[in-house]
Design a protein around this ligand. Sequence first.
Ligand SMILES: *[C@@H]1O[C@H](CO)[C@@H](O)[C@H](O)[C@H]1NC(C)=O
Ligand SMILES: *[C@@H]1O[C@H](CO)[C@@H](O)[C@H](O)[C@H]1NC(C)=O
Ligand SMILES: *[C@@H]1O[C@H](CO)[C@@H](O)[C@H](O)[C@H]1NC(C)=O
Ligand SMILES: *[C@@H]1O[C@H](CO)[C@@H](O)[C@H](O)[C@H]1NC(C)=O
Ligand SMILES: *[C@@H]1O[C@H](CO)[C@@H](O)[C@H](O)[C@H]1NC(C)=O
Ligand SMILES: *[C@@H]1O[C@H](CO)[C@@H](O)[C@H](O)[C@H]1NC(C)=O
Ligand SMILES: *[C@@H]1O[C@H](CO)[C@@H](O)[C@H](O)[C@H]1NC(C)=O
Length: 381
Amino acid sequence: MARTLNILAAFLFLLSASKTQAEPGVFDVTSATYGAKPGSDITQALAKAWTDACASPTPSKVVVPSGTYMLTEASFKGPCKAPIEIQVQGKLTAPADGGKLTRPDTWVCFEHVNKLTVSGGGTFDGQGALAWKKNDCNKNKDCKSIAINMRFDFVTNSTIQDITSLDSKNFHVNVLGCHNVTFQRVNVTAPGESINTDGIHIGRSTGIKITDAHIGTGDDCVSIGDGNKEITVTRVTCGPGHGISVGSLGRYPNEEPVVGITVKNCTLTNTSNGVRIKTWPASPSDGIASDMHFEDIIMVNVSNPVLIDQQYCPWNQCKQNVPSKIKISNVSFKNIKGSSATPLAVQIVCSSGIAPLTSQCSNVKPTITRVPNALACATSL
Ligand SMILES: *[C@@H]1O[C@H](CO)[C@@H](O)[C@H](O)[C@H]1NC(C)=O
Ligand SMILES: *[C@@H]1O[C@H](CO)[C@@H](O)[C@H](O)[C@H]1NC(C)=O
Ligand SMILES: *[C@@H]1O[C@H](CO)[C@@H](O)[C@H](O)[C@H]1NC(C)=O
Ligand SMILES: *[C@@H]1O[C@H](CO)[C@@H](O)[C@H](O)[C@H]1NC(C)=O
Ligand SMILES: *[C@@H]1O[C@H](CO)[C@@H](O)[C@H](O)[C@H]1NC(C)=O
Ligand SMILES: *[C@@H]1O[C@H](CO)[C@@H](O)[C@H](O)[C@H]1NC(C)=O
Ligand SMILES: *[C@@H]1O[C@H](CO)[C@@H](O)[C@H](O)[C@H]1NC(C)=O
């Protein structure tokens, strides 16, 4: 009996081996079916491989083998029939001229996918140098939108790991309306002078974890916008960049509360801020930012290591004398160590419009060198 079964198994194996040359469930863009080749544009091949993989009733994997490929744009839409992985081993390069994109604000986008894995050790190269020179979005409210390297819109139960976002034209990674997504060992690299190149920006999402990331860029390493809950940032190195920030909040009407932020075991080097919470004055509606905890953080030559700024108003785009209506509460800074590049190590500029303020400063025990009155903040509240 066992013998017959073995023979049957062998027969079935041969049968399946003869029907598909490739590993089942694997959609390799360089296979004969899709025909992508290193050095050429793989936009069509990748789109087709995704469509086929997404329609697969069993778990599937789209593979981009090592090599450098041009990618004009990509829109990976779900829902898919089963868990799906996209393994990028090679380097994908964007057009340097963002004018070629169908959606000028997006290079690569994942939308409405559940159980997505992005992996492979590869690089998404946004070729941003040209765009940074023209970007005036830091001072012009009506500036043209510029491409974000990778968008995750309404992605759920997913893992993004072992990839690098390089030289994005705008934000590197934008997370919107996502639930239960882990970013691990994701690197972000762009020059310190590149404009608006936030590393990972999170908006209106819950259960997002960022861990073991190395982020060096021209704007915030991680920025957490409105409507976020249960966000955890651990073992992230940041620098160059503008630090890890909650906000800015209170710029637009009807923003949603930010609740439950943990930033732990991170190292910031040479950044213009450490950990900060920023809210605009003259916010159009009330807002809430609470339960935010910053712990075990090392600052190396950071310019504003700990900062709560409720008068955040870059380039005077607001009425600075009208207080912020964002209520900040249950905030702690614990075990923040290192060196400050400026004498003002801990700065808490709260809103005069909300009293009493419950920000907790008493847990700050900075072992900050070169600062004579590092603990002044702890006694002033
Ligand atoms: C989060 O996603 C992972 C991976 O898909 C899954 O195993 C886990 O059950 C999800 N957790 C929640 C709370 O939904
Ligand atoms: C995410 O996973 C959780 C737990 O397995 C599940 O309840 C939820 O429906 C999933 N989300 C989606 C959009 O499928
Ligand atoms: C991310 O950067 C770290 C430190 O430089 C490196 O060890 C790791 O291999 C990088 N990961 C990827 C996916 O390139
Ligand atoms: C912090 O990170 C370091 C190095 O990655 C690790 O050795 C240490 O266990 C971590 N500590 C905590 C509390 O996670
Ligand atoms: C910090 O930045 C300065 C000037 O930009 C640079 O010379 C220095 O090497 C950087 N230090 C570290 C530790 O990266
Ligand atoms: C403060 O935040 C922590 C962590 O999110 C939470 O467990 C705790 O209940 C909050 N405390 C208050 C007084 O809201
Ligand atoms: C410290 O930061 C300041 C300001 O960014 C920079 O000019 C200086 O070179 C940095 N020093 C080191 C030792 O990295």
